[in-house]
Structures are given as structure tokens and as C-alpha cells.
Design a protein around this ligand. Sequence first.
Ligand code: MLT
Length: 321
Amino acid sequence: MADIIISEEIDGAAIDALGNHYELCRRRQLWNSADELQTELQTARALIVRNQTCVTSSLLSGAPQLEIIARAGVGLDNIDVETASRLGIVVTSTPTANSIAVAELTLGLMFALARHLIPAHTATAQGTWQRQKFTGIELAGRTLGIVGFGRIGRLLAIRARACGMHIAVHDPVLTQTASEIQAHQAEWLPFESLLSAADVISCHVPLTADTHHLFDYEQFVAMRQTGFFINTSRGGVVCETGLAQALQEGRLAGAALDVRETEPPGQGPLEGQENVILTPHIGAFTQAAQQRVVESVARDVQLVLTGQPAAEYVNFDRPRR
Ligand code: MLT
């Protein structure tokens, strides 16, 4: 039986190097089979996951040797951190490794929406030549509303300000006088005010009980009819049926989603709509970001399994079992 279980697609030299010292179980689809994962976890000392493996309390209670769960990414909504902590298992993440990648994708989606790049490309590739139809908007002078002003939100603000945009922010733990708001020359707004004030709204919050369906039909119709909505955070923050209805009724100009309520999502009301851009949760997927992510998880697993403190721990730096 293996020492380290890698239950999703997580590759790289740093992971290969772990194989020089430990028995690895690398199964890209293992996340999809709770029973098989449970069997593998009976003797494993480390589990490396992205966001698809549901690390539940029942899974953890059948993992008596587990010392570390290393999350190759930032979001922890798929891991029962409370139970892991109760069982003395270290949980680590890679909080800074992919922030730039996500901020850059968000910026790209904003430009793509503003200039109808996807439908313009599709129509041109089909042999048409329509210029007026794809008249877009300039982002300079427009207001970008950022909901959640952590690392990614701030990196996005810097880039959007360089494009001449005004920055409005809603983050429940900040106020107008917060240094983060001042440093980015942003305006803090209550959530409802931001919805109607922004030309583009981009969401950067973690998925928690409080943020589940933070954006539903009611919030979308409160946005500007000419507005765009972008989500590169967590799919569950958006009620997709509410978004689809608002778009179908013309209450919003367009949306871009990199993350979905269910991943992979299958065919739904958002697929195939001309004013919707859908990407397969690629925010973190640049070569540089993935190299940092993989190096970070491999380093923390190596540290914990050799009795040293983890660097990027979420709960505690050494196992307590
Ligand atoms: C993250 O949370 O780091 C990104 O969304 C990428 C991922 O979940 O794997």
C-alpha cells in the first residue's frame, strides 16, 4: 500500500521526486470513487488533492495513519478542516502560488466580454466579416466592482487601475479606511451599492455557508443592464439558474464563469449562450503557477513526513496524532 495518495491530476518533477523516497499512489480519477479512495487511505500517511476530492469526515475517520492533507491550490471548501484538525492531521494549501494566474485570467475574461472576443472569433472563423455587430466598450473610465479583496482581488485591482478603471470593493472584513482599500485607491461600498455602481463585477470570495449563492437572480437584476459578471473563485458562490434567467431576460449584458456549481458541469442553460464565456476552472493553470503549486505541496509533504514543520499550514504545522 502507498504512503502518499495523489487522487487528482497533479503532476510535476517535485511530485516525481517524492517517489524516490515514498511509495506513491497516483490515480487521476481516484477522487471520483470514494470507496477506492477509502481503501487506499487505510495505510496512507499523506493525501494530495486539488478541489475535486471530497475530503469528508467519514473518509478521514478511516485514515488512521494520515499525517497531512496537502491541498494543491487555495480553496478549502472540499476539505473538512475541522475534522482533520480534531484528528490531528495537518492541512496545508498553496495560498500565494496561483494568485497572479487567477488575476490575469480574470483580466482576460473582462476584455473578452467587453469586446465580444469569443463570438467575434467564432463568427469570423465561420467565414463572416461583421464589424458593427461586435462593437464593444472601453474599460477605461469604467468601474470594476471587486467582491472579496484578498490576494487575488488586490492583484486584479492593480491591473485594472493600470487600464484606467475605477475600483469599487466590497469585503465584509474591510472598511473605507482600511489600509488595503487606501493603498489601491479603491472605494469601499456596501454589497448592494456595489451591485448597481459597477460596470463589471468580479467575485473573489471563498465558498462558505455565508457565500453560498451570494449571487442569485435578485443580485443579478440589481446589477446594471449593461454590466458584466465574472466568477473565477468558486462555482457555488453563484446560483447558475438565477444567472441564466437574468441573462435570458436581458437584465445583464454578459457573464464569464471559470468555476461551476458542479464540475464538470454538463449541458445547462448557460452553455451555448453568446454572451456567456465558460472555461474549465483554468484560473490557476499557468505553467509557472502550477510549478509553484506542485513544489509547494511536495515540499510540505516531505517536511511533515520527515518530522519537520510544514510551511504553508492551515491548522497546525505538525501532526498531532
Ligand atoms: C484554487 O483554489 O487554488 C484554484 O481554484 C485551483 C483549484 O481549485 O485547484
